[in-house]
Every structure is written in C-alpha cells, then in structure tokens.
Design a protein around this ligand. Structure first.
Ligand code: AVI
Length: 352
C-alpha cells in the first residue's frame, strides 16, 4: 500500500488503511518459538543470560514509564530537553516530504516534538512509519497521531525491529530518515549495534539519515544510581523478566530468592543488570531444569554508554557518518544526526 502526500483521503479512510496495514503485518505472538529458544539457550550458558526484550510486556512497559520519571534516571529528561531545544534544527534535518521511520515508536511522545516543529516551520510532511512489537500500543498511537496530524500519512509496522524486517513501499524518490530515540542503541552489544545500524542504513538507502539518542559515559555513581533507584522501581522492572517467564512460559522461579544488581563495567563501558540468586535453587522453564548456586547471577541487560571515540567507531561500522551531535545542559546525553556513508553497493546501484 502506498500513500503519497497528494492522495487526498478522508481521515476515516486513512484510519482504515493503517489499521489494515497493521493487520496485514504478521505480528509475532508474545512468546514465539524464537524467543523461547533464546531464553532456553541463554539459561544454559555458563553466565546465564536473558534477552532484555523480555522486560517489555504490559507490566514491564508500565514499570519502564515509571523509571523514566525517577529522579535518578536522567536519561529521558536529558533527551527530551535536547529534542525540545533543537527541534527546529532536527526538523530541518528531516527535511520536507521525508519518510520518518521510527524504530520502537512506543507511546509516540518524542515524534510529536518533531512533527510539531515541522508544523510550526511549515515543512511539508512525508509519511510516518512507526515500528513497534506491541500491536495494541501501535494501533492506538498510530490512530491518535493520524487524528492529531491529519496531513501525515501513518503506515504502522508491527514487528520486532531487532530482527530483519520489511519497510512498506514508499513513494519513489522519497528520502528516508530513521528515528531511534531513547538510547536503546545502548541495549545492543557493540557488534549487534553495528549490525542493527547496517540494517537501518540499508533501509534508508544512500540518501538516508538517522536521528538516534545516545547516552554518554559519565560518573559511575550517577550511572549505578540510575539503574538501582531508591524506590526499587528498576529492581521490580528487572525481576519482571522472571515473573513474565512464570506467567507465560510455564516456569516456577521463586521471585523472593533473587535480588537486583546494577553494576558499572568501566572496561566494557556499560551498566550491567543482573538478578542474583540468594540461595541454591532449581527452577523449571518449559520443562527444562535450571540450577542456580548462591550468588550466581542471570545477566538481564547491558546499557552501553558512549564517548565520542566509541560512538564514531560504531557509526562507521554501521555504514553512517556522524553529521551533528546535540547535547543537553549537563552534557549527559546526545541526540545524533547520522548520514548514510557511501558504500560499494551504492556505487553498484549508481552504475546500473
Ligand atoms: C530502554 N533502555 C534504553 C533503558 C536503558 O536505560 O538502558 C532500559 C532500562 N533498564 C533499566 N532502566 C532502564
């Protein structure tokens, strides 16, 4: 389905069309076979690991919203302050009639700042393509946005963006700009982050760009407090990974026999979250027995923090170039504008 700026549809036609677009995408069930296999393989490793995407069921998403409001968790505030302060320049970087593709659109709060700035400047809109794994939220947010911004065609895609995915057909010649706020790039290990950026680079093409939120390296105490808050919200968020396995994967973890740990690993430049077993215990996951010794941990998340050297290296590996870095007053965070670097396959495309 292609919706161009010139196609004059009524709002209800447009809402029907994007609901249809969501319906047409095969959206994975909560626990598909792939995730189940990933969980079992992770729990069989010498250092037990669980994939961080486990956090985000409805309970985890609500806990994450509370994290974003915590005093200790500066990340969301810092990024929002940059997006607000530089919305005009960022909107200009997106440019007229560009397709804005948001990876992990969530509640759609941040894209509104860009759309508002574009409206204020009179920049003609292109298509907005929100990608999210949560079908319910995607449909709700897409319909809200279509009503709030009737000139913006919305083409939602229900998919797990950590895996390869297909972007819907867009009008020929339209510039594509990926939007990936929230510093979720930090939840990928660097080689995964580079592979993700390469997929995005492929999706946006040789004239494309990317706007990405990146958390910066800083004092270890600030970082550890951000991931181990006084109110225990992050601890509950972490434990929800096991609670979810109990709810959805026929597991029997004793949630009272784990505690939350967040630790800064300076050499690897990441905050690690673990669940520490406080006792010798056995749990059963989908019929498989998992034994834990006292003090043994399940590593549930990494949150990488970047300095300029590390970030430029990652961006190069991902097939982009850093064009601009905006930061906040406290220099805690960056919103980066990346431009596609030339690649050999582009040359090939040009020659053809
Ligand atoms: C989603 N992501 C960027 C968050 C982060 O900061 O790494 C997830 C999170 N984990 C604990 N607190 C927040």
């Amino acid at each position: 389905m292609t919706i161009s700026e010139g196609s004059l549809e009524t709002l209800s036609e447009r809402i029907d069309s994007f609901v249809l677009a969501v319906e047409l995408e095969a959206c994975a069930p909560a626990f598909d076979r792939g995730l189940r296999a990933e969980v079992l393989a992770g729990l069989a490793r010498p250092q037990k690991v669980l994939p961080p995407k486990l956090f985000y069921d409805a309970i985890g998403a609500a806990l994450f919203e509370r994290i974003c409001e915590l005093d200790e968790y500066y990340v969301t505030r810092a990024e929002l302050s940059i997006l607000r302060a530089h919305a005009d320049e960022i909107a200009e970087a997106v440019g007229p009639r560009a397709a804005l593709i948001e990876y992990g659109s969530g509640a759609g709060v941040k894209v509104r700042l860009l759309l508002d700035a574009m409206s204020a400047k009179g920049t003609p809109f292109g298509t907005y393509v929100p990608i999210d794994i949560s079908r319910e939220q995607l449909v709700r947010v897409a319909s809200d946005l279509a009503m709030e911004y009737p000139l913006v065609p919305v083409l939602p895609v229900c998919a797990d963006y950590t895996a390869p995915l297909t972007i819907p057909d867009l009008p020929e010649g339209v510039r594509r700009v990926a939007f990936f706020p929230g510093s979720t790039i930090g939840n990928f290990h660097p080689d995964e982050a580079a592979a993700f950026l390469r997929r995005v680079r492929h999706a946006v093409g040789p004239d494309g760009a990317m706007i990405v939120g990146v958390d910066r390296r800083k004092d270890a105490r600030v970082l550890e407090a951000a991931y181990d808050d006084r109110d225990g919200v992050t601890a509950a968020f972490n434990l929800n990974a096991l609670a979810r396995l109990n709810r959805e994967l026929d597991s029997d973890f004793d949630l009272g026999a784990f505690r939350h740990r967040a630790v800064w690993n300076d050499g690897a430049s990441r905050v690690e979250m673990h669940l520490v077993s406080t006792t010798a215990q056995r749990a059963h996951v989908f019929g498989v027995t998992v034994a834990l010794a006292p003090g043994e941990t399940i590593w549930t998340e990494s949150s990488y923090k970047y300095d300029e050297f590390r970030f430029h290296r990652l961006v190069r590996q991902g097939g982009f170039e850093v064009h601009q870095l905006w930061t906040d007053e406290g220099s805690q965070f960056w919103v980066a504008l990346l431009r596609a670097a030339r690649s050999r396959s582009d040359d090939h495309r040009v020659r053809r």
